[in-house]
Design a protein around this ligand. Sequence first.
Ligand code: F3S
Length: 401
Amino acid sequence: MFLTAEEKAMLSGEFGEGVALAMRVLVGIGEAFDAPRMVEITRAHAALSNQEADTWFAERLAKGGATCRVRPTVNPGFDLDYFRKVTTISDADAEMMERTHNAYKALGAILSYSCTPYLFDNIPHRGEIVAFSESSATPYVNSVWGARSNRESSQSALCAAVTGRVPLYGYLLDENRLGKVLVKVEARIKNDFDYTLLGYAAPKKIGNDVPVFVGMPEVPTPEGLMNLGAELNTAGAVTIYHIVGVTPEAPTIEAAFGGRSPERTVTITDQDLKETHRHLSKPPGKIDFVMMGCPHLTISQVQKIAAMVKGRRLASELWVSVSSYTKEMAGRMGLLQEIEEAGGHVVADTCIDEPCWHHLAGKVGATDSPKCAYYATRRDMSFVIRSLEECVESALRGEAK
Ligand code: F3S
């Protein structure tokens, strides 16, 4: 692939071994996808996992002297100080979190530790070329904001942040962003939880093709679209979707398909959502805890929870995962106190797929997120899946209906 003089200098090590390694990774990806050249990026989000391989790679870049030309926001690990107060954290787990923090800090990342940067501190404009990893983030910036990102890995996004470039291929190109499959949504999408079920149900019918949804609400909520993207990329791999009349590249059905006919048409019915829900969820019954915030909840979701638990006492543990920004707002607004007085926890900077949750292993919870249920399975938790409001009611009762 063609490289500019500066890109060749990066590759040959003139900017240090860390930058050379990042450029080698990107050239490798570019060659694998027949990219003709690199393009500059304006934003990045690295979905750090706080797991050995990911942290090792970030440390290797940092030890090689790399710093980010484009500072990326980063995914959550866990709030070490908070969890040290409420549970036990092994020395090994604490050390990993500290190593992750130090590596990304040395690289110059924005230490936001949230999986929803696209809602508050890393919002691209339409047409911006960016490198976003994280399952709900990539479809949000592509579909809702109209920016251009491939479905990056944590490592490729970090390499893009270090070099300020990505290879030109895939969803950066007009032709690959066009719709392929028309999705007629006959199911009634009444609330944010229905977007969740739609996101999980759709990939079975659409595969990984670019879907164009029709029949959806004209004014979706950010939370609904956040849930849709997260679940499209849990049950499938969907980098961009269009909603006719809603998302910027789909003002009309013709625009969404670039004037071509859909390759396929599928229908999603209420029955599909119902079956998806039944298949995903454990049967109702006693629960030990409720976990929400996968992806991190917004301030309006926290507001709903606080209003429901205010002045009451929870019968099971309640864990609400948010960004540090949302937690700060919740504190200022008195919502944090209301949830804590009821016996709940609001935690910042924390992913549900982290070792800090070891005290919940073997227990049954309720969650509004199939993505949470999917990842937490490997930590030996199982879940009844309900809407956010039903989850809060379940926490108040100690039982999911
Ligand atoms: Fe966020 Fe972790 Fe879920 S990054 S979307 S809380 S799996």
